[in-house]
Design a protein around this ligand. Structure first.
Ligand SMILES: Nc1nc2c(c(=O)[nH]1)N[C@H]1C(S)=C(S)[C@@H](COP(=O)(O)OP(=O)(O)OC[C@H]3O[C@@H](n4cnc5c(=O)[nH]c(N)nc54)[C@H](O)[C@@H]3O)O[C@H]1N2
Ligand SMILES: Nc1nc2c(c(=O)[nH]1)N[C@H]1C(S)=C(S)[C@@H](COP(=O)(O)OP(=O)(O)OC[C@H]3O[C@@H](n4cnc5c(=O)[nH]c(N)nc54)[C@H](O)[C@@H]3O)O[C@H]1N2
Ligand code: SF4
Ligand SMILES: [Mo]
Length: 695
């Protein structure tokens, strides 16, 4: 019997991946009688061409997981215990409204903290109604800069704009520097573009402290100490200038401050940089020579360089390189980073967020990367008394996690978490509310790794009693008895307000729309830049006015081998906590049975010499600690790391670690010098055998 004979209905519904991933792949879901039975990549998608990834190939396991939260829950045991009992939506909303009203009455609305990230980066899900709701309330606001904004700030100090090369243009490049990005893992659908360039003769160089799977596939691999690339870049500039490899004509027409820069890098010899970066001077000379002689030359980066105390300066400095060699003049030349800002041409952020609802109040801003501090600082006035969390798993993803845990454990903090699963963070909630997945709500996905904005049609009804992020805020507004009409706008109304220039019917029918980008493929082909001087600012008066160095300058991270000597003596290893597992997307999949166990379990990686010096062998249990926390983990000996580094892959929940902590229990929550980012990767630790006495 086929489907028709059984009286069943089968449809195929097209959508777009919502994950915080540059690829924003297109998919199609086969639905029979309201149940999704198959999901696969959409073969005509202009970027992903039918392929998804090892995380999302099993997305229906996530949708129909027996562990999914399908009903509101109220905590019945101690915070963190994971003990909850089901309650109705009405009871949950009444409880939340009572508690929020009480907090606001006693401490004012800034005692409420919204906390979210890009767990679902579709437009309505990430900024649909939450901005209006919390603006109307007058709550504290969150600086959402754990990923990306620092890169944009850095590049903007040089170019006056964060806009860069469309990564698809790399097909025209003949030299590709993959700098602080692990393309084959984190941006896998770009790799075929790079392979096409390579087939046409391009050379691919990876610059990363870790020998990643991308480094394995490169023509050349340069392995600096983390946090030292600025010194490497300054030495490259030194060589370019010394050896006459600068495009003098382009520099003369389109930059300011060349003479000051030349004087500034005169003593940044390759030998000096080599000492700091741990990269041989002749390798630096070769890298600079390739960069100055092979055209078109592209630098591709995402966010790996920003997670350092000097992360903003990393990107301000890297943006100087294309200017020196005139790379922007060539098709396939320049700097390719997130292209999310190109979507801004189509999205009206204020129409969605409605800053006017603040009605003249200036809200307090708190940085998400300092959540632990915000929740435990005795001097914070008003203190945070209530928190609403959605689209994020803060306890696992924010640095200095044990401080976050101490905050979440406070009895006088009221926490609401809107989630699909009982994450480590949700275990600390007073009320947990069930969230839909991407195939259960219609939305639009602005991509940041390519130039297509995608439509996502709901394929099935919300599973259980789950609701989308916009529906959550409509319900909360109702429960709070708010009467501001725009808090109740429908998703259709919100999309029309947010995307006034987009033909939504066409977007829905085609599945995507291309955002505006220069026709000739060159991001800055005109050589005109929107900086104060209209040129590339090798010297930046904006930075100077901010009290920062006007010229690209290497300042060693305080928590690093060249920083605080006393700290570095106590904690001689630098800890990396990278994205590493092909089946994980941040912390989103480690709890699923066909994802987590297939990746094994958490471990600590060490170079053979560092392990031997501590009498550690493969499989031994090690203690790894610093002033923030101590973890016990099995050791893996690896050749991926430079000596002096240790690594604990990021993404495992605390509940997957034997001692209930995770990589971020150890990491540094110092903010970047400007730009609001955070220095995860400037973390120093010491390691010893678990049985050994503390040294
Ligand atoms: N499979 C998978 N894909 C993902 C994700 C995931 O969790 N899993 N996460 C998604 C998200 S949210 C993002 S933002 C992107 C991020 O994409 P990427 O930026 O490509 O990824 P990261 O792993 O954060 O950092 C890239 C590399 O930077 C290196 N790095 C760190 N410090 C330094 C330094 O000082 N100098 C240099 N040269 N390199 C350094 C790290 O060793 C790492 O290999 O990936 C997305 N894609
Ligand atoms: N040590 C270390 N820490 C890191 C990083 C690192 O490389 N190393 N990377 C950093 C980076 S780049 C990023 S972007 C952050 C990522 O941090 P997060 O964005 O917090 O990432 P996830 O851990 O995947 O958590 C997203 C959560 O949102 C939920 N979710 C998904 N869709 C929806 C929805 O529609 N509605 C609601 N309410 N919830 C939904 C998922 O179930 C999931 O639990 O982590 C940062 N932290
Ligand atoms: S997580 Fe990234 S690679 Fe995987 S399907 Fe989604 S957008 Fe594509
Ligand atoms: Mo990210």
């Amino acid at each position: 019997m086929d489907a028709a004979q059984r009286g069943t209905t089968t449809t195929v519904v097209a959508g777009t991946c919502h994950h915080d991933c540059p690829d924003s792949c297109g998919w199609e879901v086969t639905v029979t009688d309201g149940v999704a039975i198959k999901m696969r990549g959409r073969s005509d998608h202009p970027y992903s061409y039918g392929e998804l990834c090892p995380k999302v190939n099993r997305f229906l396991d996530r949708v129909y997981s027996p562990d999914r939260i399908l009903h509101p829950l109220r905590r019945s045991g101690p915070k963190g215990s994971g003990e909850f009992e089901p309650i109705s939506w009405d009871d949950a909303l009444a409880t939340i409204a009572d508690r929020l009203h009480a907090v606001i009455a006693e401490h004012g609305p800034e005692a409420v903290l919204p906390f979210s990230d890009a767990g679902n980066q579709s437009l309505l899900s990430i900024q649909g109604l939450d901005g209006r709701f919390f603006n109307h309330m007058g709550a504290s606001r969150l600086v959402r800069a754990i990923c990306g904004p620092t890169v944009g700030h850095g590049v903007r100090m040089t170019n006056g704009s964060g806009l860069g090369l469309d990564p698809m243009e790399l097909v025209h490049s003949r030299l590709i520097l993959l700098w602080a990005t692990n393309t084959r893992l984190t941006n896998r659908h770009l790799w075929p573009v790079i392979e096409r360039a390579r087939a046409a003769g391009a050379k691919v160089v990876v610059i990363d402290p870790m020998r990643t799977i991308t480094a394995d596939a490169a023509d050349e691999f340069v392995q600096p100490r983390p946090g030292t690339d600025i010194a490497l870049m300054l030495a490259m500039m030194h060589v370019l200038i010394r050896d006459g490899l600068v495009d003098r004509e382009w520099v003369g027409a389109h930059t300011v401050g060349f003479d000051e820069l030349a004087a500034h890098v005169a003593d940044w010899t390759p030998t000096r940089a080599a000492e700091i970066c741990g990269v041989d001077a002749d390798v630096i000379v070769r890298l600079a020579t390739d960069y100055g002689t092979i055209r078109p030359a592209a630098i591709r980066t995402l966010i790996g360089g920003e997670h350092h105390e000097n992360g903003a300066m990393f990107y301000r400095t890297i943006a100087v390189l294309p200017a020196l060699v005139g790379a922007w003049a060539d098709r396939g030349g320049g700097l390719a980073r997130s292209v999310g800002s190109y979507q801004d041409a189509l999205v009206d952020d204020d129409a969605l967020g409605r800053p006017d609802l603040l009605a003249g109040r200036g809200p307090r801003w708190l940085n998400m990367s300092r959540l632990g501090e915000a929740l435990t600082d005795p001097d914070l006035d008003p203190p945070i008394k209530a928190m609403v969390v959605w689209n994020s798993n803060p306890l696992v993803i924010v640095p200095n996690a044990e401080r976050t845990r101490a905050g979440l454990a406070r009895d006088d903090l009221f926490t609401v978490v809107h989630e699909q699963f009982l994450t480590d963070s949700a275990r600390y909630a007073d009320v947990v509310l069930p969230a839909t997945t991407q195939i259960e709500a219609t939305d639009v996905v602005p991509a940041w790794g390519h130039l297509w904005m995608g439509w996502n049609e709901a394929a099935i009804a919300p599973v259980g009693e789950s609701c989308s992020n916009t529906e959550l805020f409509r319900r909360l507004a109702g429960a709070m008895s708010y009467d501001e009409p725009s808090l109740f706008d429908s998703d259709e109304e919100l999309l029309a307000q947010a995307l006034p220039k987009v033909d939504l019917d066409e977007l829905r029918t085609v599945g995507w729309v291309r955002v505006p980008y220069p026709e000739d493929g060159r991001a800055w082909g005109s050589g005109e830049f929107p900086s104060p001087s209209g040129k590339v600012e090798l010297v930046s008066t904006t930075l100077e006015a901010m009290g920062q160095p006007a010229l690209p300058t290497f300042v060693p991270p305080r928590e690093g081998p060249h920083g605080d000597a006393e700290l570095a003596a106590r904690y001689p290893l630098q800890l990396m906590t990278p994205k590493h597992h092909t089946r994980f997307l941040n912390s989103s999949y480690s709890a699923l049975p066909k994802h987590g166990p297939a990746e094994g379990a958490p471990f600590l990686e060490l170079d053979a010499a560092d392990a031997a010096a501590r009498s550690l062998a493969e499989g031994d249990v090690a203690r790894v600690w610093n002033d923030r926390a101590e973890l016990e983990l099995p050791v893996r000996i690896t050749s991926r790391l430079r000596p002096g580094l240790a690594a604990i892959p990021f993404g495992w929940w605390m509940t997957h670690h034997a001692d209930g902590k995770a990589a971020n229990s150890l990491t540094n929550d110092t903010l970047t010098e400007w730009g609001g980012g955070v220095a995860f990767s400037d973390t120093l630790v010491e390691v010893a055998a678990a049985s050994a006495d503390e040294v």
